[in-house]
Design a protein around this ligand. Structure first.
Ligand code: ADP
Ligand code: MG
Length: 705
């Protein structure tokens, strides 16, 4: 107990920090999950402002972000009462005047700051009525001796509404942080990377990095601090993934599909209605190499919507059948499973492959037959939804599992499939959400990656337009023309009626509207709350061409394939994310006809939304769109599935922007594992203990949120 370690105890409760205290500690805990000194130090600023210089008022223009000004205060005026009260004042320097405005804390400001004195003011100017003002600026009396303290880069921290209401804003948090940083200056944090990694990669020490991330001495040190912390985050993610992958590869042998036989060959020669694209052929070769290698296949197949992934899946399943193994394909929705079932049956024809469909709504009697045929080995292929992974589904000899549209399945669900045979089956995961390669390797762990980067020939690029709601008559005229040409139309709405958002046109209203606007046509309606049998019936009516218009929610987003449907209208397009819009658009352009996607929106659009819709109008390329999507989102705003797919949480690195670093750290991690696969060398002890801690943190956090 007496030989207290030189190294700081980072579990110390934050209420013991200067400026924190029990009340604020509780807020930090509740609002930001900051419990300890360590949590606090790892709460990083979201940006920095440069307070190294004082601006002139006449320099302010529409692009100015934050400015620091020096001037004389005058004309302090109070107006309004209670909630509408406001205090304005003017700040004047040698070049001009700017208005300062307060809506809160008026009394305090009035008492503290006096006209005629010189002040340093800091804030974000906004344009109002052809002039600039600063709302709630930071303000302090100008003191030539004191300004040094404020100079340089200043960190800004995200705080919640509740925190702000309790005067725990960014500035206040910065003060608490200051006291925390003083501690680690006296007593440094324990290093979290081995010395040799720090040296070889020219990284800052952890302690230096943490100090400079909060209180950067200068821009160079800030950049180095960011690099160090990003490196560490991404490095540990890669190390963990690679290690897991290695362990799995050693642990799991794969079934060997020795031959290409009767089923595959006959299908290829007699049943295939078209020539495979080169990309499809290449991917099939990659799969073939995996399934005969003796190692278990874990492969991710990326291919834009309509690139023909289903066919690849089917042919891989025929490889299994040729070698006496069963195969299963799992889809995220019942509609999609049914559709796979229909199109696969049609493609197979009289080949002699036995296929069954199993979903939540399969009747007990049918279910029993399926179970029997599965266990006897008579069924070659089982198609279905989540129902497939239930414990009760028992195969005779499951050799290959295909998961369609991966993003709908969790890792946990995937791993349940593994227990369906003594040895885990080969796994092929298919997704239409293309993402950069390294990123994919990170999110999907140790999956190997195949890409179909080519659409079947003869597809005309979909034409996409964005219209405001006032173009509705013109739109209807266009739809009518298309239907007269024999085409079918989708109209998609973002929400169904239980939504609280009354301003949204809901599906049923839309349905009524379409019935009125198109009395001469038949209209289908489809949404998630319908019973499976109803859904299926509606879908079939549309597939058979009995209805011309399909009014639906996003249940049709994934995978639905009706080649004759060539127009996709998306209502309230501003409510959808980019990849969702791209998925929806992918429902058309599946036949030979020119297809159209019409994005309808209200007039009032934020800049980001406008940009999103424009990207859709400009590009048909799923890869380009996915990248734009990633870039447009902030680091904290990543798709939930992406974040939850990572072994550890990211606090500073951003998968969209730090692709290079991600790749670099993967390379370093691979080298280390090459030399020391079990991480048993003493120099690597630190790696093992750090990964354990990160794992614990992730689990704790998961339990809380
Ligand atoms: P996705 O990759 O989005 O799942 P699908 O597998 O549903 O795409 O295929 C889209 C359409 O393209 C289907 O109608 C399918 O029959 C057709 N298709 C697939 N491969 C080819 C090909 N090589 N040539 C022509 N059409 C193809
Ligand atoms: Mg598909």
């Amino acid at each position: 107990m007496h030989n207290k370690n030189k190294i700081l105890d980072t579990d110390i409760d934050i209420k013991f920090l200067v400026g924190a205290g029990p009340k604020r500690a509780e807020l930090l805990q509740k609002e930001l999950n900051i419990n300890s000194l360590e949590d606090l130090l790892y709460y990083f600023p979201y940006r920095y402002v440069d307070r190294s210089r004082i601006f002139y008022i006449h320099e302010i223009d529409g692009n100015t972000q934050y400015v620091q000004l020096k001037g004389k205060l005058s004309n302090c005026t109070k107006a309004g009462e209670g909630r509408t009260a406001r205090l304005t004042a003017r700040l004047t320097d040698a070049t001009g005047t700017i208005e300062l405005v307060w809506f809160k804390g008026i009394k305090y400001i009035e008492d503290k700051y006096k006209a005629g004195k010189e002040y340093i003011v800091f804030g974000k100017p906004t344009e109002f009525d052809h002039a600039f003002n600063i709302v709630h600026p930071e303000i302090e009396e100008y003191n030539p001796d004191n300004t040094q303290r404020e100079m340089g880069l200043q960190a800004l921290y995200n705080t919640t509404e509740k925190m702000k209401n309790n005067f725990l804003n960014s500035k206040a948090l910065q003060k608490i942080m200051h006291s925390a940083v003083q501690r680690i200056i006296r007593q440094p944090l324990a290093e979290t990377l081995p010395a040799y990694i720090i040296e070889q990669n020219h990284l800052l020490l952890l302690n230096t990095a943490i100090i400079n991330i909060h209180f950067p001495k200068n821009t160079q040190l800030l950049t180095k601090a960011q690099q160090r912390l990003k490196f560490e985050e991404l490095f540990y993610i890669q190390l963990s993934i690679l290690q897991k992958g290695k362990m799995r590869e050693q642990a799991y042998k794969g079934f060997v599909f020795e031959k290409i036989g009767h089923f595959f060959n006959t299908f290829y020669e007699k049943h295939l209605p078209f020539e495979l694209t080169n990309a499809q052929k290449r991917v099939l070769r990659e799969i073939r190499a995996d399934v005969r290698s003796g190692r278990q296949m874990n492969r991710l197949l990326q291919g834009d919507v309509g690139s023909g992934k289903t066919l690849v899946a089917l042919m891989a399943m025929l490889m299994a059948a040729d070698n006496g193994y069963q195969a299963a394909i799992m889809a995220p929705t019942e509609i999609l499973a049914t559709q796979h079932f229909n199109s696969i049956c049609e493609l197979l024809g009289d080949l002699g492959i036995n296929v069954a469909l199993l979903t939540g709504s399969t009747r007990k009697k049918d279910r029993k037959t399926i179970d029997e045929r599965l266990q006897s080995g008579e069924l070659h292929i089982l198609i279905g939804t989540h129902a497939l992974i239930e414990e009760t589904v028992v195969f005779q000899n499951l050799g290959l599992v295909i998961i369609d549209e991966q993003h709908r399945f969790g890792v946990e669900q995937r791993s349940r499939l593994w227990r369906k045979n003594d040895q885990p089956p080969h796994i092929l995961v298919m997704t239409a959400t293309p993402i950069p390669r390294t990123l994919a390797m990170t999110i999907y762990g140790d999956l190997r990656i195949s890409v179909i980067d080519e659409l079947p020939p003869g597809r005309k690029p979909i034409q996409t337009y964005h219209y405001f709601d006032n173009k509705r008559n013109a739109l209807n005229g266009f739809l009518r023309k298309q239907i007269e040409l024999g085409r079918q139309v989708y109209v998609v709405y973002p929400l169904i009626q239980e939504s609280e958002k009354i301003d949204l046109k809901n599906l049923e209203e839309g349905f009524e509207y379409m019935k009125e606007a198109f009395p001469e046509y038949h209209i289908s309606m489809l949404h998630g709350k319908m019973r499976p049998a109803e859904k299926d019936a509606e879908m079939q009516r549309f597939v058979k061409g009995e209805t011309q218009i399909m009014v639906a929610t996003t249940v049709i987003e994934v995978g639905v394939n009706v080649p004759n449907a060539s127009v996709m209208v998306i209502e309230n397009a501003e409510r959808f994310g980019l990849s969702q819009l791209h998925q929806l658009r992918g429902r058309v352009g599946r036949g030979a006809d020119q297809s159209y996607c019409l994005l309808m929106s209200g007039f009032k659009l934020g800049e980001d939304t406008r940009k999103r819709l424009q990207i859709m109008v400009d590009s048909n390329d799923g890869f380009e769109i996915a990248e734009a999507d990633l870039k447009m989102r902030g680091p904290g705003d990543m798709d939930g599935t992406v974040q939850s797919g990572l072994p550890f949480d990211l606090k500073i690195a951003n998968l969209a922007h730090d692709g290079k670093m991600l790749e670099y750290t993967r390379h370093i991690a691979a080298q280390i594992l090459e030399r020391d696969p079990q991480l048993q060398q003493p120099e690597n002890n630190i790696l093992v203990s750090r990964m354990e801690k990160l794992k614990r943190d992730k689990m704790n956090w998961g339990a809380i949120s």
